[in-house]
Write a protein that binds this ligand. Structure first.
Ligand code: BTN
Length: 247
């Protein structure tokens, strides 16, 4: 069960690093590490993740997934859809998922997800902006970021939101281990919301292709080209999937 054991800290270097230190023993599956602050929080592409102490959820979940779930797209979708559902239940706010693993509200980033995998384990790290002000993001030079409090117009209780998020993670994970991957895939597809639209697939190898998004699955992202024909790309080979008119 996710959250059977949770350890909270005032400050850690990185909740992901701390969670990974328990990865030697599969009995630690479901361990949740949270902190009020991090001295070396990590983001995607070797970026740092900095937030004012106590302003947000800084959480890492240690998983030992069965082999059928050990696909980065599935576990990233599990984290992103769980965050999306928690935001909706706690605030009524409507978020979207931006490929591969950001959660946005009104086009601004409210949550970043960093999944780091070892031979048998995965650490899913979540940074959910809760009570930061617009001034906080201005000081950090992050004009594209937002928080739940900014969007809702009132603050949230971080510990109770943390409990809701852990519950959502567990519910969603239980469905996956029972074999229901299709529900998560459908939720992920609809929260990304680009189906039928003109999109650009930016690949890890630096290439990009433009076309109409005709299918979005963990097995492949299929686009139809204007010149005819279609092309499917594995999610792991895609750096960004964006609307053709978005940058
Ligand atoms: C991103 O760049 O969008 C991903 C950010 C992930 C940040 C979270 S905060 C909790 C966990 N611990 C870390 O060091 N990083 C993740």
């Amino acid at each position: 069960m996710i959250g059977r054991r949770t350890n909270h800290f005032d400050v850690l270097e990185s909740t992901n690093t701390h969670a990974a230190s328990f990865a030697g023993d599969p009995a630690n599956h479901g361990l949740v590490i949270t902190a009020d602050a991090q001295t070396a929080g990590r983001g995607q592409y070797d970026r740092t993740w900095s937030v004012p102490p106590g302003s947000s959820i800084l959480m890492s979940v240690l998983l030992f997934p069965p082999v059928e779930l050990r696909q980065p797209a599935i576990l990233t979708a599990w984290a992103a859809v769980s965050v999306y559902e928690t935001i909706r239940a706690a605030s009524g706010l409507q978020a979207t998922i931006k490929w591969p693993n950001d959660v946005l509200i009104g086009g601004k980033k409210v949550c970043g997800i960093l999944c780091e995998a070892g031979a048998q384990h995965v650490v899913a790290g979540i940074g959910l902006n809760v009570n930061q002000s617009t001034g906080d993001f201005e000081r950090l030079g992050l004009p594209g970021a937002t928080s739940l409090a900014i969007e809702a117009g009132s603050p949230f209780d971080v510990p109770s939101l943390t409990k809701q998020l852990i519950q959502q993670f567990d519910n969603c994970y239980q469905r996956l281990v029972q074999g229901d991957i299709a529900s998560l895939e459908a939720a992920w597809r609809s929260r990304i919301g680009l189906l039928g639209q003109s999109v650009v697939v930016e690949r890890m190898d630096g290439g990009e292709t433009e076309g109409y998004l005709i299918d979005l699955r963990f097995a492949g992202v299929r686009i139809a080209m204007a010149a005819g024909g279609s092309e499917s790309t594995a999610p792991e080979a895609i750096r960004h999937l964006r609307g053709a008119d978005a940058r």
